[in-house]
Structures are given as C-alpha cells and as structure tokens.
Design a protein around this ligand. Structure first.
Ligand code: TYM
Length: 374
C-alpha cells in the first residue's frame, strides 16, 4: 500500500482518507451550501458537524427535505456494532442524529449488530457482544435521545421481526454482489455473507411497523456506506419501499499518527467509560505533529491540519467558531504549544466524561423504555 492509498470498509479504515475521492467512488453528493442553507431553515443555527463539514456527503437528503416540507415525516436509522465499549468516534454520528431527532421530531431506530460483531471477531463470544449491546445502549441514551421516539434493538433479541424481512432482502442479493461490495472471499464465514441483509432491514422497519411507506435517513460515518449502496438501495424498489437516504461523516482520528479512532487500538482511543485520569494520560501522550523543541515550534509553528488534538476541538470540543479559529491560528504561528493545547483539551474531555458517565449511569434505570422487543 503506497502513502496515497487508503481503504474504507465497514471493518477496516486505513491510510489517509481522501473524502472527495470517496464521493466519486461511492457515487454520493457533497453536502453543499444550497442544501445546508435549506437545513438551516428548519434547524435554526447550523449544527457544528454540518457547519464544519464533518458531515460532508449525502444521498437523497434533498429528497428527505422535499418530503418533510410536503408534510411527510421521516424516520432516522443508525447503529452500533457492539464489540466493546463506545469510544468518542462513535458519538459523532449519534450527536448529529440526536440533533436531527430534536429539530425534525423524527423517530429513531437504532440497530445493535451483536450478530455481526460475533461473526466477524474470532475472539468475541456471543454472550459478550450481546452484553455490549446493552452497555452501548446506555451511551446512546446518554446522548439525549427522546424516550417514546427512540427504539434500540439487538439483532439477536429482535430476530423474530428482523429475520422475516432479512430473508426477503437476501433473496435479491447474490454472492457476487456482496463479494464485490464488501470484499468477501472464499474463506469468509457464511454468517458474514448473509449479514448485510440484516443491516438492510431497519431501512424498511419503520414502514413495516407502521404499515405505510416512511422515508428513512441514515446518519453514519462513511465506512457503513457499502450496506446502503450495495444492498439496501438495490433491493428497496424490488420490495416496494423507498430507498433509504444517507448523511455521511468523516472519521474522528485516533490519538496516534494517522488513522481513525478505533477500539482495536485502545491506547489511542478514548472510551466513554475511561476514568478521566486515564483519558488525560492518553491525550498527553497523543501525537500532534509538533516540532522537536520549543524553539523550533516557536519558529516553525505547529501543524493543526495533521494534528488529532486539533481535530478533537474541531469535531467535538470547541463549539465557538471564533475560538476554534484562534486555536488554529495560534498553533500555526507557534504561539500555542502542544503541551498547553493538550492540557486545555484534557480539561474539556474530562468534564465531558464526568457528565456523560453520570447520564450513562442514570440511563440504566430507563434502559427498558428504549428497547424494542418482538
Ligand atoms: P460501528 O460500531 O463500527 O460504528 C458505530 C458508528 O460509529 C461510526 N464510527 C465513527 N464515526 C466517526 N469517527 C470514527 N472514528 C468512527 N468509528 C466508527 C460508524 O460509522 C457508525 O455510524 N455495522 C455497524 C452497526 C450498524 C450501523 C447501522 C451503523 C448497524 N446499522 C446503521 C450506522 C448506521 C457497526 O459496526 O458500526
């Protein structure tokens, strides 16, 4: 793999991702000013994840807005593969989803693919992945989703409803299609080969449960796109449903050099259950692209464009655009040193974690109100 190469699949993100290239390769649309101005009419101030182009691409979001403006409600759908605890990267799509739920009054269907993670990870037992479904659900609830409008389900525990629809999806998808879209090989287990039909089901679930066609919008990072591009949007018209629409986000980087935040690299990922002192240690050890000595840093300046610490402010931890700009400019000019910048971020991250962990514990008492069962 040369430096310019990168890989984005649901199970692997590697290399320096060229997001414009993904728009071309996946055949999506950029989230341009015209559509953002349209969103702003409904949401008031544009959310920072839109404003800063963290969500950068879409499919049929304009159609969702057409429907909404014509009085037709849409549902939101997103999810999590519960292979371990939630990290800050996972929160990026959930934060925007919560915002959309609030502003558009939409119901949310949240899929926990405990089956997928069990099938994909040779070390993970089914009991463990199902257990993480309910641990991760606490993080979802802590994001502020509305009770009565938010339906979280485990694939394993909601199988009776999901399976009936999944076989109808599966009948229209050949092995050669999923091999091309997901890169499956002869040695991929057959559970994984069937699995994409399960992830397609919630695109149609609101319509099935309500007995009428309901538009569905999926906010997620762009790694999940294969499921919509290769499966759900292909079968939707054959089964008599609307094609699901998508909003795609970029990846929150890990705290090391290059690459997205990933649970498989725990030293460079901040988990929502990390004790604040541990998160602080990870941030203080982060790669920044800073210079070897203070003198050099003062003379040459820092490199915010390649610094994960800067991206944490940009994507999650600095809501004010003017302050973010100040951080960028004073880093580049050599005024703001990496140590100080990390210490400031640590304060923000630890106070976020303390609050989130409180909400997460409170959520245990309400968990059952959010769970969808057969
Ligand atoms: P999973 O558990 O890999 O990821 C959960 C969600 O987090 C996004 N994501 C990230 N976003 C920003 N920065 C990162 N570093 C980062 N890492 C992960 C993912 O895109 C995803 O939105 N198969 C899915 C579960 C699923 C799902 C869905 C996800 C089922 N149905 C519908 C989104 C939409 C999975 O394993 O996600």
């Amino acid at each position: 793999m040369s430096e310019k190469d990168f890989i984005v699949t649901p199970w692997e993100v590697r290399g320096e991702v060229d997001y414009d290239k993904l728009i071309r390769e996946f055949g999506t649309q950029p989230l341009d000013e015209t559509i953002l101005r349209r969103v702003e009419k409904h949401t008031g101030t544009l959310h920072l994840l839109f404003r800063r182009k963290v969500f950068f691409s879409h499919r049929d979001f304009d159609w969702i807005l057409d429907k909404y403006e014509a009085g037709e409600r849409f549902a939101l759908y997103t999810g999590r593969g519960p292979s371990g605890h939630t990290h800050l990267g996972h929160l990026v799509p959930w934060i925007l989803t919560q915002h959309l739920q609030e502003k558009f009054g939409a119901e949310l269907y949240f899929q926990m693919t405990d089956d997928e993670k069990f099938l994909h990870d040779p070390q993970l037992t089914l009991d463990k992945s199902v257990g993480f479904t309910y641990e991760n659900a606490l993080d979802v609830i802590a994001c502020g989703f509305e009770k009565g409008k938010t339906f979280i389900f485990s694939d394993i525990h909601y199988a009776k409803t999901l399976y009936k629809m999944a076989v109808q999806v599966a009948k229209h998808i050949t092995f050669s299609t999923v091999r091309a879209v997901f890169g499956f090989t002869e040695s991929t287990n057959i559970g994984m080969i069937f699995f994409p039909s399960i992830q397609a089901v919630p695109c149609f679930l609101p319509s099935i449960l309500k007995g009428k066609n309901i538009p569905v919008l999926i906010p997620a990072a762009i790694d999940q796109d294969s499921y919509w591009r290769g499966v759900a949007r292909e079968v939707a018209p054959k089964l008599g449903f609307y094609k699901p629409a998508q909003l795609h986000s970029k990846f929150l980087p890990g705290l090391g050099k290059g690459g997205k935040m990933s649970a498989s690299e725990p030293d460079t990922a901040i988990f929502t259950v990390d004790p604040p002192e541990e998160a602080a240690k990870k941030i203080m050890n982060a790669y920044t692209g800073g210079r070897a000595t203070v003198e050099e840093q003062r003379k040459l300046g820092g490199q915010p464009d390649i610094c994960p610490v800067y991206y944490y402010y940009h994507m999650l931890f600095e809501a004010e655009d003017t302050k973010l700009r100040e951080i960028y400019v004073s880093c580049k000019s050599g005024n703001l040193l990496c140590g100080e910048c990390k210490a400031n971020l640590t304060r923000k991250v630890t106070s976020f974690l303390v609050e989130h962990q409180k909400k997460r514990e409170k959520a245990r008492d309400h968990l059952q109100d959010y769970i969808l069962r057969d």
